[in-house]
Design a protein around this ligand. Structure first.
Ligand SMILES: *[C@@H]1O[C@H](CO)[C@@H](O)[C@H](O)[C@H]1NC(C)=O
Ligand SMILES: *[C@@H]1O[C@H](CO)[C@@H](O)[C@H](O)[C@H]1NC(C)=O
Ligand SMILES: *[C@@H]1O[C@H](CO)[C@@H](O)[C@H](O)[C@H]1NC(C)=O
Ligand SMILES: *[C@@H]1O[C@H](CO)[C@@H](O)[C@H](O)[C@H]1NC(C)=O
Ligand SMILES: *[C@@H]1O[C@H](CO)[C@@H](O)[C@H](O)[C@H]1NC(C)=O
Ligand SMILES: *[C@@H]1O[C@H](CO)[C@@H](O)[C@H](O)[C@H]1NC(C)=O
Ligand SMILES: *[C@@H]1O[C@H](CO)[C@@H](O)[C@H](O)[C@H]1NC(C)=O
Ligand SMILES: CC(=O)N[C@H]1CO[C@H](CO)[C@@H](O)[C@@H]1O
Length: 632
């Protein structure tokens, strides 16, 4: 019986997969024409550029529609967008925070999606269709990966699907207590995946288990739950290749095993549909994601032998969220139910026990001997170790959108972190991103001023309603002292130099309760359908100022933020309506670093504040600030 089912599952692994082995294991493929799989990070890839050539006209046309519907007064959207000096480029970023971040993020995403029922009425529908980039990290990477690899299915599609995002039972026992066949299939299938990858000669990490488990929820429409589905399969999704979806990117951090210190010098990696790599000087390179697993020296395949299928879709989002490995480890204490997982883990860790549990193993290292990177860095290691993208504190993944090469004008930053002891965000992520630009690794990225204290975020209501940062580019000159003198100059090839107008404006939206307390624990692993749709609905309402009921002009105000940089570039005066919007939504630069709130209460051993933050929102709630760094 056991042998038979093993054989059965083995063959099931072989059908209809883009991985060369047909299943989870990487396998030999012929090498591409190009000499090196790796390139310097001095520009976006030629594939990204050619994709943008297709996307930009569509995004600009959709932006005209959005702006026309936004009720901006005395504004000709069509002529403004058509006469812009550059394509108006919108990026959207979703933070980590487990299923909370995925579900609240799904509501925020739905609010921007003109295909979703109610999104146009609520004000922001169409922004997703006008956007160029969409970035996710950890729980946010499940969201972005789900959309990208299910061919940009709308949120309604996820909710009506029987298998996608089925969170009724946790990944420990996806069939619940009674669907024994489902549970058996699940465990056997994961086990076989791991076995096949190990047999193919690859070292496993817990992320292999974790990634396969996630795929059962996120990629369940793919054959055999995505065992043979790769991240580079995004390239062949029809709504990607016809430029109908934004360009999806997930973020993960580089880490040296044995160290736990993530400082401003950590290396931030991104995985996009074509490449994995980093803009940071420590690596400063990108490798073709399709050929991960290939043994290379300075990007050149050894013996001209190449590998495909390493970039399994679940493995990629599992990497971005590898902090969750810790949960999986803790499951061991969950007695009999955890026992199955435990036995999987033990077989995966066989001979591998010295590694930190939250490290994903990308070996052979695609940047081994890479000449553009720092010589004493990651390039000397035979394996590339990647960890949860939020481990450096920047839980909203903004780094890919701050690269001057991407020319982003405005970023929707959705923060569903659990910074406070009651699992609400307090701006920590933005503070960390602000500071990184001054570090060695910041390497010419710029980020507008934000408060330096979380207390200011909370006291000044910057987390209770969408807030704009960097409203006035002329106030940012001190951030770019080197470039300031050259603002209006061009380089020899006629390209304009970076200017203050190329620093994106940030539209920051933090998780808040409107119709539902969406501050669930990062470790909550199962959501019944009511909880799931309540989380999503609350995210939708937070993104839209309660469906624009709290501000009838909200869509217009968002429009003002989107057109702001182009107006500044051209020296066009702001509309009166936009001036009053900016009064309402821009951070003025004021600070209030007092411990938030008047009502104090004791929590645990720490004395903490419990301010009554609202009544701008229908549900009254309290937040408290923790001093210890917490998991997102
Ligand atoms: C907008 O993008 C398209 C496609 O890349 C490009 O051809 C066009 O020149 C861009 N427009 C501006 C104003 O830069
Ligand atoms: C806001 O709109 C969404 C989508 O139509 C809907 O599900 C939700 O109930 C609305 N909220 C309120 C308070 O009307
Ligand atoms: C960051 O890296 C730079 C250059 O290698 C080094 O000078 C600096 O000390 C590092 N900072 C930290 C906090 O490690
Ligand atoms: C996984 O397979 C190994 C053999 O490769 C077996 O010893 C182990 O019991 C299996 N674990 C589960 C949970 O099926
Ligand atoms: C959610 O927020 C409310 C109000 O701040 C708080 O009372 C509750 O404990 C929080 N729930 C969790 C799970 O943190
Ligand atoms: C924050 O919002 C609350 C509720 O709307 C309001 O009472 C308070 O004055 C606001 N604080 C600031 C600094 O705007
Ligand atoms: C930029 O232009 C100004 C004014 O033409 C000129 O004085 C300055 O030297 C230029 N800077 C560079 C770096 O070319
Ligand atoms: C703008 C900037 O400082 N770019 C630098 C980023 O890092 C690479 C590699 O160290 C440099 O070559 C760039 O000049």
């Amino acid at each position: 019986m056991k042998i038979l089912s093993l054989i059965y599952f083995f063959f099931l692994n072989l059908v209809l997969a883009s991985s060369p082995s047909g299943g989870y294991a990487p396998g030999a493929v012929s090498c591409p024409q190009k000499k090196s799989l790796t390139r310097e990070a001095d520009s976006i890839s030629s594939q990204e550029q050619s994709w943008l050539n297709g996307r930009m006209p569509i995004a600009q046309a959709n932006l005209i529609t959005f702006l026309e519907n936004a009720n901006l007064q005395n504004f000709d959207a069509s002529s403004f967008v058509k006469n812009a000096k550059k394509n108006i480029t919108i990026g959207v970023a979703f933070s980590g925070g487990g299923y909370r971040a995925m579900l609240v993020g799904a509501g925020q995403l739905a609010a921007l999606d003109s295909r979703v029922d109610g999104a146009n009425q609520a004000g922001l529908g169409g922004i997703l269709q006008s956007s160029t980039y969409i970035v996710g990290l950890s729980g946010g990477s499940w969201l972005v990966g789900s959309f990208a690899l299910n061919n940009f299915l709308s949120i309604d599609g996820f909710l009506s699907s029987k298998s996608l995002w089925d969170l009724t039972y946790s990944m420990i026992l996806p069939g619940g207590l009674f669907d024994i066949l489902k549970n058996m299939y699940y465990y056997t299938s994961i086990n076989i995946s791991l076995l096949l990858k190990a047999l193919a000669g690859y070292k496993l990490s817990i992320t292999d288990i974790w990634g396969r488990a996630l795929a059962f929820q996120m990629f369940s429409n793919a054959p055999n739950y995505g065992a043979g589905q790769t991240w580079s399969d995004i390239q062949t999704q029809s709504l990607f290749s016809s430029y109908q979806m934004p360009y999806p990117i997930v973020v993960t951090d580089g880490r040296t095993p044995g160290t736990n210190i993530i400082d401003s010098n950590s290396t931030i990696f991104e995985v996009n549909p074509y490449e994995l790599g980093s803009w940071d000087p420590s690596v400063y390179g990108f490798t073709d994601v399709k050929y991960l697993g290939t043994n290379v020296v300075n990007g050149v395949p050894v013996n001209n032998e190449c590998i495909g299928g390493f970039d399994n879709s679940g493995f990629v989002i599992g990497t971005s969220s590898s902090l969750f490995n810790e949960i999986v480890i803790q499951l061991q204490s969950l007695s009999s139910i955890g026992g199955l997982f435990q036995s999987l883990i033990l077989s995966a860790l066989n001979g591998f026990s010295s590694l930190d549990v939250d490290v994903s193993n990308y070996g052979p290292n695609p940047f081994y001997g890479f000449s553009a990177a720092e010589s004493n860095s990651i390039v000397t290691s035979e394996t590339l170790y990647l960890v949860d993208g939020g481990e450096d504190g920047q839980n909203v993944p903004l780094t890919p959108l701050l690269q001057p090469e991407r020319k982003v004008d405005v970023i929707f930053a959705y923060d569903n972190s659990a910074d406070t002891s009651t699992n609400w965000p307090d701006g920590t992520s933005l503070i960390d991103t602000f500071q990184r630009q001054f570090s060695y690794q910041g390497n010419g990225t710029y980020f507008p001023y934000v408060p330096t204290s979380q207390n200011t975020f909370v006291n000044l209501n910057l987390t209770s309603q969408p807030t704009f940062f960097g409203c006035d580019a002329n106030a940012l000159t001190l951030l770019v002292p080197k470039l300031n003198a050259n603002i209006f100059n061009s380089t020899s090839n006629g390209e304009p130099l970076e200017t203050i107008f190329d620093i994106p404006l940030i539209i920051y939206t933090a998780n808040r309760p409107f119709s539902y307390y969406s501050n669930t624990s990062t470790y909550k692993l199962n959501y019944d359908n009511t909880e799931k749709s309540s989380m999503i609905r609350n995210g939708f309402e937070g993104a839209t100022r309660l469906n624009s009921t709290l501000d009838l002009e909200f869509a217009a105000c968002i429009g003002c933020a989107i057109i702001r940089r182009e107006q500044e570039r051209q020296g066009i005066d702001q509309l009166d309506q936009c001036k009053s919007c900016f009064q309402k939504y821009c951070w003025s630069g004021a600070t209030d670093t007092a411990t938030p709130g008047e009502n104090f209460s004791l929590e645990g051993s720490q004395q903490q504040a419990d301010p009554q933050l609202q009544p701008a929102t229908p549900l009254a709630f309290t937040a408290s600030i923790t001093t210890t760094a917490s998991l997102h």
